[in-house]
Design a protein around this ligand. Structure first.
Ligand code: IPM
Ligand code: MG
Length: 347
């Protein structure tokens, strides 16, 4: 099976390297990795954040293992040349619309959560975030108002087919878990959200076994820190999901712990930690590779049909934490490679 390995920028190469070591250990030689340039690294090498060879590799691959993109050197470039366009372009070009972001607290990390341990202990949820539409992909630009003021704009929209297909992923995910789905929107203010809510209710008729509720996004942000245990599956749009998933990660201990999968309708997937490129600590061996290692486990489960191997990796991460493995974000001193060693030892 072919894996497109796209390390990207900042800490991306360090964390993906550890994930590859772990994958090799559990799969023997079943996977072959082909490396591609992406993000600021690709821009600097060949002048584009998502070169055609990388896109072609991603299309051919059974799955994509992605590090992170983002490079302060590139912040002044025109938007279509910025590193972030690589991940947005891959999501769009490959139709990767369903971003699954599980957040649960490993019991050993209760002290690392920003929440009181007894509140944090109850977190076990999945955010299902739409990643092919919304204000991310609407018409955008800069213009001048009649008064001569500079004005930026980004249009938010969803059509009913886009909402229905992500709603179905939300309901299916809830059905396979504790049977509760919370749809997050801002229907008290936004037309986009009113359609979202109407369509989610329509789709719910096919899932009588799933309990559906609706929450405004501001309330959802508050409820996530007040009582995260109330959530099973959250389904939401691109922008709200971006924000809520970073928030959920801190409730669950560290942003260095949360994996993600982004699937298309062919269950080809892109797997990446939810954290960014962290340029401030890049190259210093301080990054926590566990989010990427857990993303590799999701890849085995969702795209490669290797659930037993995925279970082994997840158990090894839990065992490494139980044995005291801690990178700096978790309050410890272990390096990126030592964290990888700890998982390999636990395997
Ligand atoms: C994420 C990231 C991306 C996003 C950026 C890098 C474009 O924050 O995957 O959450 O906003 O989707
Ligand atoms: Mg984000």
């Amino acid at each position: 099976m072919l894996i497109a390995l796209l390390p990207g920028d900042g800490i991306g190469p360090e964390v993906t390297e550890q994930a590859v070591r772990v994958l090799d250990a559990v799969t023997g030689d079943a996977l072959s990795f082909e490396r591609g340039l992406v993000g600021g690294a690709a821009y600097k090498a060949v002048g584009h954040p998502l070169p055609p060879e990388t896109l072609d590799l991603a299309r051919r691959a059974d799955a994509i293992l992605f590090g992170a993109v983002g490079d302060p050197d590139c912040d002044a470039l025109e938007r279509h040349l910025r590193p972030e366009q690589a991940i947005l372009g891959l999501r769009k070009e490959l139709g990767l619309f369903a971003n699954l972001r599980p957040a649960r607290l490993f019991p050993e990390l209760a002290d690392a959560s920003a929440l009181r341990p007894e509140v944090a202990a109850r977190i076990d949820l999945v955010i299902v975030r739409e990643t092919n539409g919304d204000v991310y992909f609407g018409e955008k630009g800069m213009r001048t108002t009649a008064d001569g003021l500079r004005e930026g704009y980004d249009i938010m929209s969803y059509n009913e087919a886009e909402v229905a297909r992500i709603a179905r992923v939300g309901f299916e995910t809830a059905r396979a878990r504790r049977g509760r789905l919370c749809s997050v929107d801002k229907a008290n203010v936004l037309e986009t959200s009113q359609l979202w809510r109407d369509v989610v209710i329509e789709v719910s008729r096919n899932y009588p076994d799933v309990t559906l509720n609706h929450m405004y996004v501001d309330n959802a942000a508050m409820q996530l820190v007040r009582d995260p245990g109330q959530f099973d599956v959250i389904v939401t749009g691109n922008l709200f999901g971006d924000i809520l998933s970073d928030q959920a990660s801190m409730c669950a201990g560290s942003i260095g712990m949360l994996p993600s999968a982004t699937l298309n309708s062919r269950s080809q997937g892109l797997y990446e930690p939810i954290h960014g490129s962290a340029p401030d600590i890049a190259g210093q061996g301080k990054a926590n590779p566990l989010a990427t290692i857990l993303s590799a486990a999701m890849m085995l489960r969702y795209s490669l049909g290797k659930a037993a191997e995925a279970d082994r990796i997840e158990a090894a991460v839990a065992a490494a934490l139980a044995a005291g493995a801690r990178s700096p974000d978790l309050g410890g001193r272990m390096s990126t490679a030592e964290m990888g060693d700890a998982v390999l030892a636990a395997l």
